[in-house]
Design a protein around this ligand. Structure first.
Ligand code: C2E
Ligand code: CA
Ligand code: CA
Ligand code: CA
Length: 273
């Protein structure tokens, strides 16, 4: 009978399955990166809080697996980080993002950089080279990093961030407030922007103290001369509260989800509402 299995054995079976699945995903992702099949990048608009003008895009990778169908990045990014494929995947996303940046010179394009990519010593140089070869100004490219970079070697990471900022790239701290060391990385690295995590935005309008937290984060950012973006804006009430608190940029399903390039072109041409 099914229920007769003991917990330990069951755990063992699960582990084997997950290892096999990771191996499979890794092998398939390797092929996808070689052929370009099934991989693409979607772009989510970022709006200025005042006037709701589009100011930029965030590049978000998508993968339609040949047998399993569309997979969320959370399902394959960790696999790529573990196997080291993330370097190649990250560079591919950056090249795609540069192509789109050339198409819309008035928009900044943000690209997510995994903490694992910071392990390569020449990471800043490689990013710089890709953007240079694409004929895009680093000023148009923003790199989003999470506090996971803090577990990497301090001096290396600091050097890489300094190199990138000196070259003109903007650096944004993603998922701000979710980890243990959001404040300590503000002290360690000079950055340009913080992105308030969507978990805080979600609580706006649900819990009264959420407004106080968001106001404090925005005030902190402004006191450090940083621009502040809120992600995950889904309601007009959240929009209004964030505008009142002085948040600089808004991003979320209220305005647009991540769009395919063709959808983006259409979205940009829509009449002003
Ligand atoms: P993230 O960088 O925090 O990206 C924001 C996520 O929130 C995206 O999910 C986006 O589609 C989603 N989102 C946007 N607006 C809303 C909203 O109003 N409500 C809600 N509930 N969600 C919203 P996605 O595309 O599934 O990406 C998940 C994570 O995967 C990203 O989180 C990022 O950490 C990672 N990721 C995505 N693309 C890349 C990439 O090219 N490289 C790396 N290293 N990581 C990536
Ligand atoms: Ca991000
Ligand atoms: Ca985020
Ligand atoms: Ca995230």
């Amino acid at each position: 009978k099914e229920g007769g299995r003991d917990g330990f054995r069951f755990f063992g079976v699960e582990m084997d399955e997950s290892i096999a699945r990771r191996r499979e995903l890794d092998a398939d992702l390797r092929i996808a990166l070689e052929t370009g099949e099934g991989l693409y990048v979607a772009y989510q608009p970022k709006l200025s809080s005042r006037g709701n003008r589009i100011v930029g895009l965030e590049a978000l990778v998508r993968w339609t697996h040949p047998r399993h169908g569309p997979l969320a990045p959370d399902a394959f990014i960790p696999v790529a980080e573990e196997s080291g494929l993330i370097d190649q995947l990250g560079e591919w996303v950056l090249r795609e993002a540069c192509r789109v940046a050339r198409k819309w010179p008035g928009l900044s394009v943000a690209v997510n950089v995994s903490p694992v990519q910071f392990r390569g010593t020449d990471m800043a140089l490689r990013i710089h080279k890709i953007v240079y070869e694409a004929g895009v100004s680093p000023r148009q490219i923003e790199l989003e990093v999470t506090e996971g970079i803090l577990v990497e070697d301090d001096e290396e990471v600091r050097g890489a961030i300094q190199h990138l900022r000196a070259a003109g790239f903007r650096i944004a701290l993603d998922d701000f407030g979710t980890g243990y060391s959001s404040l300590s990385y503000l002290k360690k690295f000079t950055v340009d922007r913080i992105k308030i995590d969507k978990s805080f935005v979600k609580r706006l309008g649900q819990e009264p103290e959420a407004i106080a937290i968001v106001q404090a984060v925005i005030a902190l950012g402004h006191a450090m001369a940083l621009s502040v973006t809120a992600e995950g804006v889904e309601t007009s009430e959240q929009e209004r509260l964030l505008q009142t608190a002085g948040c600089n940029e808004l991003q979320g399903f209220l305005f647009a989800p991540a769009l395919l390039e063709a959808e983006l072109a259409e979205w940009l041409e829509r009449p002003f509402q």
